[in-house]
Design a binder for this molecule. Sequence first.
Ligand code: SF4
Length: 462
Amino acid sequence: MIDTHAHIHFPQFDEDREEVIKECEEKLDAVITVGCDLEDSKRAIEVANSSKKVYASVGIHPHEARNYSERDYERIVELAQSPKVVALGEMGLDFYRNLSPKERQYEVFHMQVEIAKELDLPVIIHTRNAAKEMADFIKKHFDGVRGVIHCFSGERELLESALDAGLFISYAGIVTYPKNRELRETLKYVPSSRLLIETDSPYLAPQPVRGRRNKPTYVAYTAMTVARELGLSFKDVDRITTVNAKRLFNLPLTGEEEKKRLVYQVGDKLYINLTSKCPCSCKFCFRGTEDYVLGYNLHLKREPIPEEYMYRIKNPGVYSEIVFCGYGEAFERYEALKKVAEWVKKFSKDTPIRVDTCGLGYLITENEKILEELKGLIDSFSISVNASNKEEYLRVVRPKFGERSWDSLVKFIKDAKELGFNVRVTAVDYPGFNRNEFEKFARELGVEYRIRPFKRFKKWEE
Ligand code: SF4
């Protein structure tokens, strides 16, 4: 687990810093101690230099912007080149306390963004009472800049422009506070590949330790809340946020974290990733933007043979469900799908098997007997339809088979239901999606449905 935002070089840790760092070394993968002005950033670097697991960020907080200007460009560049520095910031806009004039905040923020571009470092963004202004600033200046909105406090407009720009979103202890229900709600709109956690210690201790001085290891409380909210396990959130932090701040990934996953576990289910091919090109899809999903690198560059899956599944009986769902469409590898499913059923006939599919299996395989062939092997289908009529489907899902795709998809759903599979149709709640029509569509087909939150991986193009 990584605390992506702490200030352990602050005086609040003077008494017991060594102890705190020792605890971090034992329990965390890394901590980033974040500077707030140039003197403070030097202290951050000193503390980072004292431990293998502590890294520093250097920058000028908007409160301190009044003491700096574009003339300090070179001084920041120099500090930022210290080996343990992994980011620039915290920087940004704070119109709550307005300790620096607004124009100066903009000037110093903009300067640091330019340095980030020059040095190819990620930025750590602080924003308070300035969501709209920050959203506008990001739209205007963040082309090609990597970074994170630190201690995100829930503003939807800011979330959208940050995700459109490819930024990460970091949740601090405030997400654990009972009254912050709306903030917790936003978690479901953040792609798993952009989620981070932090403490902002010594401030903002999470609920169970609220009122105490915060410290990096308390980041685990935030992880627990995030897990509960997203229906994930603590281990899942640990993996997801650790890998994300390493990717953003260029910290070394372990071999396991880097490896392209053929199978991957989430909670007590095992997912099978057969291929990276898909005949669709949904407007909201993560493919082409992200390789990592739920903390796993799923972007396969080859098509492994079925035995490689069997070797990795090992004992299918230990999972509550086996799900064919990965970077691409399982029916693109129909023979492998069948073979692996047969093997699973042979060793564990009671383990349910689901296939998450785009529903174009008939067109992909040019075989309308596939569902009959899968009887007894597959228990359920989750079919991503994402539209309630042909016109909407062609516009949003953009299948390569064109016009005939819709009729084939509907036939697949009806056949699957008639043959006794459990069938669920799904849709993403993208801008302009008609929820009522989709519910009607599912009811008319007599199948269950699920509408998933729209996560912005990139800018939504109309
Ligand atoms: S069907 Fe799924 S994998 Fe294929 S493009 Fe659409 S969302 Fe992406």
